[in-house]
Each structure stands twice: as structure tokens, then as C-alpha cells.
Design a protein around this ligand. Structure first.
Ligand code: A3P
Length: 311
């Protein structure tokens, strides 16, 4: 969607034209305050920073792309609205999680931000925006931010598969080209380690504001993930809900196989299957030589050397 947006707004055009450019990643990235973005996406990020005011009861889902965003959106939406919808008539049976939990910056980029105001409270909203590019109104608000991260090696593989599917919009990159751009940090909203590290560092000083979830831990123990998300959102499960097995039901309802199954049954939209591929950890082993993996691990280690964070 972002690739189709034209940057015509003079307010941002001059600034964007002055930013460092990366043309190997089609249709072109620009580096703004340390992070690469699709140049067409930058107006949305800037407008969101200037204008977006969260509501007190919003929950914001944040991630580097291809880190498990769709899954986290499904989980937060289902947990938040568990009294409102039954599993048999749930919106996720018909709608993609990205329709239920819209991206804030995308609606700003499309100049359709009013749509966000039409959503009833409590809202769950998504974003791929680095922490340092958020407005003070988000940073100082009480609304919680849940950030999901994933082993960068698997992020690359997932990224490559998704961008291959953007037929006609961009020249498909080879896996090696994608890998090299990742190693240089020249990918949308990258470098990935800087993106995650900003949220992680902030979560240490503001543990009630930011929760960091790891994709791999969520895969190992999804029910524990569901409980952590509900507690963090301020809507913990009651004794009765726990006894009734609701936690396990939500984990199952939002599992890869279930969401993928709902997706194939949905009749609308052409973004289907971009978001569900394998849903496992460690698929990088099928794409990278040990040397490629080691090089990336070294880059990651170096980036994280001053932090207690590990992927
Ligand atoms: P793979 O391409 O490795 O399979 P995002 O939602 O941030 O775009 O991330 C997409 C990745 O999350 C894809 O990874 C996708 O298969 C995986 N995914 C989507 N739904 C999932 C779920 N319910 N459980 C686990 N992984 C899921």
C-alpha cells in the first residue's frame, strides 16, 4: 500500500528529498533520524508524530516488520474484546487482523487518519515506527505499548518471501541482496537491532509502559503469552475465565493454523497469504550458509554489546 502513495505534500517533500537515499531497495528508501523508511511512508510517520493523540485506554502493538505483528494483533484484539465477541461470530473469522488493528502511520500516510477517530474505545492500534520517532503524546500517555521481536535471521527470510510477492510493484530482490541490505541495516524501519533496542531500553525504565515479547518464546508457550498480554493491558483473566479454559482457547483461536485457515476463507482483500507462511523459528537454516548466519550474528552481537538484550 505504501509503495502506491505519492509524496506530493510540499510540507514534507523538501525534507524527504534532502535525506540520504537507498535505491537498491525498491521503490527507494530514505534515512530519517537514524532509520531507513520507504520514502512514501515518511510523511505518514511525520504527520503521526505531529498530530496523533492516543486515548487513555488505547493499546498499541509495535514491531519491526515480519516479527509476528499479525499474530500479536490477533491476540491483543481477541483478549481486549473477549466479552464482546464469541468465537463463533468473531470478526477475525472474516477480517484480517490488520483490518481489526489498523496501522496508525499508514492511515496518516493515506491521509485517512480520521478513520482512527471513528473506532470505538478501547482501540487496539498498530505501528512499525521506531520509539525515537514517536510523539511525546504517545511517550507520555498511559496507554501501553506491546512490542514483539524476533531473531533477525528469521525476519530476513520472512521479509524476502513477502517482498517477492509484491509483483509489479517492485523488482524482486534475490535472497542474497535482501540479506546484504539487512546486514547494512538498509531495510524499511531498520536497522532491525536499533529498532528493537530502542523499545527494549525504554522498557527497562518504563516497564509498565512497554512490554517486550519474543516471537520464539511466544511459540514455545503461547498460553503464557496470552496471560502476560492480558495482565499488561490491564485486563487480567478472572479465576472463572481461567477455570473455563479461556486462556487456552484464545491461544488456539489465534494460532498459526487457525488464523491461516480463517485467512483462506476470507473473501475480501488481496493481502491474503502475505502474513502467513510457515510460522516457525529457525527457518533461516534453509536459506543461509553458516557463514552468512555467523556474520549476521556478529553484527547483532556488536549492536547489542552494551545491552542486556538478546534475541
Ligand atoms: P514466516 O514468514 O517466517 O512464516 P508479521 O505479521 O510481522 O508480518 O510477521 C509475519 C510472520 O509471522 C510470518 O513468518 C508468519 O508466518 C508468522 N505468523 C503469522 N501468524 C502467526 C501465528 N499465529 N503464529 C505464529 N507465527 C505467525
Amino acid at each position: 500500500v505504501v509503495s502506491k502513495i505519492e509524496v506530493t505534500d510540499d510540507k514534507y517533500k523538501e525534507l524527504i528529498d534532502s535525506l540520504p537515499k537507498e535505491e537498491r531497495f525498491p521503490p527507494g528508501l530514505r534515512k530519517y533520524q537514524g532509520f531507513w523508511q520507504f520514502q512514501n511512508a515518511i510523511p505518514g510517520v511525520l504527520a503521526m508524530k505531529e498530530d496523533f493523540k492516543p486515548r487513555r485506554d488505547d493499546v498499541i502493538v509495535s514491531s519491526f516488520p515480519k516479527s509476528g505483528t499479525t499474530w500479536l494483533k490477533a491476540l491483543t484484539f481477541t483478549i481486549m474484546h473477549r466479552d464482546k465477541y464469541t468465537f463463533s461470530s468473531h470478526p477475525l473469522l472474516k477480517l484480517n487482523p490488520h483490518d481489526c488493528v489498523p496501522y496508525i502511520e499508514l492511515h496518516y500516510a493515506l491521509r485517512d487518519e480520521q478513520y482512527l477517530e471513528t473506532l470505538p474505545s478501547p482501540r487496539v492500534l498498530g505501528m512499525h515506527v521506531p520509539y525515537s520517532l514517536l510523539s511525546d503524546s504517545i511517550k507520555t500517555s498511559t496507554c501501553p505499548i506491546i512490542h514483539i521481536c524476533r531473531d533477525p535471521k528469521d525476519v530476513i527470510v520472512s521479509f524476502w518471501h513477502m517482498f517477492k510477492k509484491f509483483d509489479g510493484l517492485m523488482e524482486p530482490l534475490s535472497f542474497k541482496q535482501t540479506y546484504e541490505l539487512f546486514c547494512e541495516g538498509r531495510v524499511p524501519t531498520g536497522p532491525v537491532c536499533d529498532h528493537v533496542l530502542e523499545y527494549y531500553t525504554k522498557s527497562l525504565s518504563s516497564p509498565k509502559k512497554i512490554l517486550i515479547l519474543k516471537y520464539e518464546e511466544m511459540l514455545k508457550d503461547p498460553t503464557n503469552g496470552v496471560v502476560r498480554i492480558a495482565n499488561f493491558m490491564g485486563c487480567p483473566f478472572s479465576e472463572e475465565e481461567i477455570k473455563s479454559g479461556l486462556v487456552e482457547k484464545i491461544a488456539e483461536f489465534c494460532s498459526f493454523n487457525e488464523l491461516k485457515n480463517f485467512d483462506t476463507k476470507q473473501s475480501e482483500g488481496n493481502i491474503k497469504s502475505y502474513y502467513y507462511r510457515k510460522g516457525i523459528a529457525g527457518d533461516w537454516q534453509n536459506y543461509m550458509t553458516p557463514e552468512m548466519a555467523n556474520k549476521l550474528d556478529e553484527i547483532t552481537k556488536e549492536k547489542l554489546c552494551d545491552s542486556s538484550f538478546t534475541f
